[in-house]
Write a protein that binds this ligand. Sequence first.
Ligand code: F6P
Length: 361
Amino acid sequence: MMKRIGILTGGSDAPGLNAVIRAAVKTAINVYDCEVFGIRNGYDGFLESDGVVPLGMEEVRGILPRGGTILGAANRGNPYARKVMRDGVEITIDVSEEIVKGIKKLKLEALIVLGGDGTLHIAHELALKGVPIIGVPKTIDNDIGGTELTFGFDTALNIATEALDRLHTTAESHHRAMVLELMGRDAGFIALQAGICGGADVILIPEIPFKFESIMAKIRERAEKGRKFSILAVSEGAKSQDGVQVFSREGDDIYVPRLGGIGQVVGEYIEKQGFESRVTVLGHLQRGGTPTAFDRSLATRFGAAAVRLAARGGFDRMVALQSGRVTDISLVDATAIPKRVKLEDDSVITARNVGISFGDE
Ligand code: F6P
């Protein structure tokens, strides 16, 4: 019988992390009479003196609807590339062996890791070193392979949709083109679905490079029919057919480059063509706050399933949603190919059918 397990939240936060933690702790205690330890700030917790905390029923009480993570997140917490100061100089070192030692010292029989692409890649690397690891797919971007959905996505989608609804009324009053820049990195799921749900006229996503002239054709076509306003849902990773993605910050060996600014580029282009435009960047509002009922449900199902998987010894695997059912797949398969919007997805076809332009025709 499994007696001690650990849980950590890696990468950026997403609504539903606390719901997973709560479900995992409750399942571990109720079903397996097992002790649970929370590792703070991603993998970093193994390296810090106060980085490990016991998690019991008391610690998880009331956290189901809370956004963020009670364990803290660290999206630069890669044990294979940790930045430290040595003799006044910043260097990058590999501390993965220390993490493995930390896990052994705690006598953890399983480590449940909640994370996106980066965290899950690291999880697999640690599994190769013998760590009994289980992944839970988390990200508002919904870009992890092998699972239909990640928790956090539905909450971000609802916030983005509400933002588009609000932009609609002011766009109509002022006869403007309103651009909403949305998160998602290299995947356009948030912009695609929010654009459909929020009645956007143009959706720009990384998977479908656009032409500036096509955006204008759509805005003009609407204006000619008396619809003197337009709504554009623009993914932060979108790029024009002859251009590149727009970044607000360069990357380094710790941080990935930070996307941001394409909304402004599109808005400025529209203005130069004689149409008044305004740009809104929704940013971290998409990640903060309480998860939707759907995300609470998915997160709870994932958390309980991860503990059941640990009890079966299903290591180096990730819980996943397939055909509406929670199952599990190998971390290798989950991280092999990131999930992207496909041109033949029915959502893309449907968006075109209802008159939405992707700026590509
Ligand atoms: O991966 C989740 C995400 O919110 C992306 O959509 C976005 O590009 C990125 O994280 C922002 O990261 P940060 O919190 O470091 O600004």
